[in-house]
Design a binder for this molecule. Structure first.
Ligand code: FAD
Length: 467
């Protein structure tokens, strides 16, 4: 028999590793390991998504007289145990490119090889694996636009077929542990539905209309202009090839250059996900260290009160607070607003990006190490291809530009529900009396953007050795 070890690929279709495991005469024992080192870095909302995705996948297997074995324990102990129990000669899994996962996989491979069991890993999570799109010198691109051109022009594989029922071993596992049994509280946010059926429905809806308006609508958080597929992509309940093929079909149906360009723009965002996977694969230390070196340490401030106000959405900057409250409520935040809240934390509150990353890691349903670190380092001007340190987002202008009627802000900040849009966008300029009259329960800005902007630029210049 073969074991197929599911990890962040909780689907049966378009799963290259599973297809590989099934492509022999041996039947496949599917398993998933609830590893304490992985759970240690998880959060209630993400584990809730994980458990839903596991149940969904289990029912797919059960419909075919098989099951997904969900087992708790260190992967390097559990996977060889399963292999021994089922007299397995080979264990197959899909590569995960984060440093922690690679460490775990090395330990599992070593433990299996000690028992004389073959271990095989397959590239599946992205179209083009790390090391396959490179500049003339170096292991990966640091500038996205160069990466994108090569990624775009490279042939893409077709989705892998799902295994046939008779490729699967007739196994039956213990019930999946509950959230509480795993030591997690109920999440504060409502977890998104991450099943494969929900992902496919979302892809079908998005590719039948919104994808054609993506260029115009993707930056406006009050609109449903993006796919909201990030939680499904995080757990792999939809495969990258299946999604890409759906976008290609949308491109074929597109009427006019504008529509086609919009599909391209969406595909470009999918490429960002792969770009950051490449960057992380070759730079695992960037989860905790700046990607781009400054001559001196950046003198981030220590300010627990400011951090708490940011986390709670109580900074007195309406668009920032709306984003932080959307995160609490939904475990998700619109991309434009993620950029704004990250810039605000680092350039207005002058707090270390790692504090923000840590909060996102604990609260996002779609937390993905590569994308999260990439996004944070970009916004804080420490990353590859980063926002230049002297270009500081103005949160009021951004609010006015991307949420002109303050619809998004009002949805998440009820204290401002009755305030006119102009007052919301000029909140920092109003007198205390006016603020008290318009929205007495909403705070005044906790910092002055103009002053902090100058301090931020000076802080980066000192780090560059220019101060
Ligand atoms: P769509 O616009 O529909 O895009 C489709 C898919 O493309 C996304 O689901 C995602 O997989 C990928 N994508 C889009 N934009 C980006 C991007 N800038 N970088 C990488 N991939 C992208 N994305 C995550 O998936 N997980 C994270 O933990 C995460 N943390 C972030 C932190 C910060 C500070 C910032 C600025 C961005 C972060 N992003 C993260 C990227 C982006 O905000 C989300 O992928 C996007 O908002 C998800 O919504 P969507 O699925 O509707 O996106």
């Amino acid at each position: 028999m073969n074991v197929f070890w599911h990890r962040r690929d909780l689907r049966a279709t378009d799963n290259r590793g599973l297809a590989r495991a099934a492509a022999t005469d041996e039947s496949v024992v599917p398993c998933f390991v609830l590893d304490p080192t992985v759970l240690e870095h998880a959060s209630p909302v993400r584990v809730a998504c994980l458990l839903e995705a596991l149940e969904d996948l289990r029912s797919w297997y059960r419909d075919r007289e098989s099951d997904l074995l969900v087992v708790r324990g260190e992967a390097s102990a559990v996977v060889p145990e399963i292999a021994a129990e089922y007299d397995v000669t080979r264990v197959v899994w899909n590569e995960d490119y984060s440093g922690l996962a690679r460490e775990r996989d090395r330990a599992v491979r070593a433990a299996l090889e000690e028992e004389g069991i073959a271990a095989e890993s397959v590239h599946d999570a992205i179209h083009h694996e790390p090391g396959s799109i490179t500049p003339n010198q170096g292991e990966h691109y640091s500038v996205f636009s160069y990466f994108w051109t090569k990624w775009r022009d490279r042939d893409k594989r077709d989705p892998a077929a799902e295994p046939a029922a008779d490729d699967l071993a007739a196994v039956s596992g213990e019930p999946t542990p509950t959230l509480a049994a795993l030591g997690f509280n109920e999440p504060a946010a409502t977890p998104p539905t991450v099943t494969t059926a929900a992902a496919r429905e979302r892809v079908a809806d998005f590719c039948s209309g919104p994808i054609y308006d993506y260029v115009e609508r993707r930056d406006f958080p009050a609109e449903s202009g993006t796919s909201r597929l990030s939680p499904q992509l995080k757990w792999g309940t939809i495969g990258p090839r299946e999604l890409y093929a759906a976008t290609e079909r949308a491109a074929e149906r597109a009427e006019g250059d504008g529509n086609r360009e919009s599909v391209r723009e969406f595909q470009r965002q999918l490429a960002w996900r792969e770009f950051y996977a490449h960057v992380l694969a070759f730079n695992p230390e960037t989860v905790t260290e700046n990607f781009s070196g400054y001559e001196h340490e950046i003198e981030w401030r220590e300010d627990p009160d400011a951090l708490a106000a940011w986390q709670a959405g109580e900074t007195g900057y309406p668009i920032v607070d709306a984003g932080m409250r959307q995160l609490r409520r939904e475990g998700w935040m619109h991309n434009r607003v993620r950029m704004l809240v990250a810039a605000f934390l680092t350039k207005d509150l002058l707090l270390d990006w790692r504090a923000g990353y840590d909060w996102f890691r604990r609260t996002l349903a779609d937390h993905d190490t590569a994308n999260d670190v990439g996004g944070w380092q970009w916004a804080s001007s420490t990353g590859t291809d980063a926002q230049p340190y002297f270009r500081v987002f103005n949160p009021m202008k951004q609010g006015r530009e991307y949420d002109p009627d303050a619809e998004y802000i009002r949805e998440y900040v009820p204290e401002l529900a009755d305030a006119p849009a102009d007052d919301i966008h000029d909140w920092h300029e109003l007198s205390d009396d006016d603020r008290e009259r318009i929205a007495p329960d909403y705070p005044a800005p906790i910092v002055d953007h103009g002053t902090r902007r100058e301090q931020a630029i000076a802080m980066f210049e000192r780090a560059r050795g220019e101060g």
